[in-house]
Design a protein around this ligand. Structure first.
Ligand code: GEK
Length: 247
């Protein structure tokens, strides 16, 4: 696995962060050293999908990057006639993802789509995964995407939503940002790397509070949702689309 050294040296005119070939090359190392709890979230996404995937349905991994959640679902979903659909709008990511999936021997069919998750059809889904992707969608477009996800889910289906989050209390917000930076330092990132990455992500990764997410999920129609994992300012929620029997 190539080491993430993208921000190791001073960069004069820092470009906004993009999911290009350079990021693809180091992505597994970058995300593991940057997101507290990443491996747990991915593995548990597989278990959640295994429980909720219903026969003949689709399991979506929206913003699939190199297919970590796609593979976790492929390994855990047993339902007859299910398929996993991974979507990413970075062609560099999807190309590399395809070679990762090709080396995996599980039998569940996987379709990879290079496209915008705001445009791709979401149909007949029992599981939809948005692991650290909604935060890159412009704020004003998030509700429409959430509504399309809700509409595309079968009753009884789930959304797994993992995000970097803000805290309404300024002291707790500052503390959790500091703790996240401590986590990155403990994983070998320098202060320069942390500062340059933070600047590159400004206005590209736009986090919200857990309450903002809960409100959007409820407005889209999800009957229940709660956090199932949190470490500092990284959290994952599960949201359920009720069946008629739940009413
Ligand atoms: C993982 N889920 O390993 N349409 C499609 N893809 C998009 C869009 C969009 N509009 N915007 C961003 N992306 C993965 C990690 S990374 C998170 C997800 C991170 C894609 C983008 O190209 C990138 O691959 C992914 O969303 C976000 O669990 O790097 O912090």
């Amino acid at each position: 696995m190539s080491k993430d050294d993208i921000y190791a040296n001073p960069i004069d005119e820092l470009p906004a962060f993009r999911f290009d070939e350079e990021v693809v090359r180091v992505f597994p190392d970058m995300i593991k050293r940057s997101v507290p709890g990443y491996s747990t979230i991915i593995a548990m996404t597989g278990l959640l999908a295994g429980r909720y995937a219903s026969p003949g349905s689709n399991c979506y991994d929206l913003g699939c990057s190199l297919g970590a959640s796609t593979l976790a679902m492929r390994q855990q979903v047993r339902g007859e006639g299910c398929r996993v659909i991974g979507v990413d709008n970075s062609s560099a990511m999807i190309e590399r993802c395809r070679s990762v999936i090709d080396t995996d021997s599980h039998e569940l069919p996987v379709d990879l789509v290079c496209g915008d998750i705001e445009a791709v059809a979401i149909d007949n889904a029992s599981v939809v995964v948005l692991n650290f992707t909604l935060q890159f969608i412009p704020l004003e477009q998030r509700s429409a995407l959430m509504q399309r996800i809700f509409n595309g889910l079968r009753p009884g289906g789930i959304l797994v939503l993992s995000e970097k989050v803000l805290f309404a209390d300024p002291h707790l917000n500052a503390l959790n940002i500091e703790l996240h930076h401590d986590f990155k330092r403990a994983n070998g990132y320098s202060d320069l790397e942390i500062a340059q990455k933070r600047q590159a992500l400004e206005n590209v990764l736009v986090p919200e509070t857990l309450d903002d997410h809960r409100e959007r999920l409820a407005a889209a129609g999800f009957s229940s949702c709660d956090v199932w994992f949190q470490c500092f300012n990284f959290a994952s929620l599960v949201a359920l689309k009720a069946t008629e029997a739940d009413d």
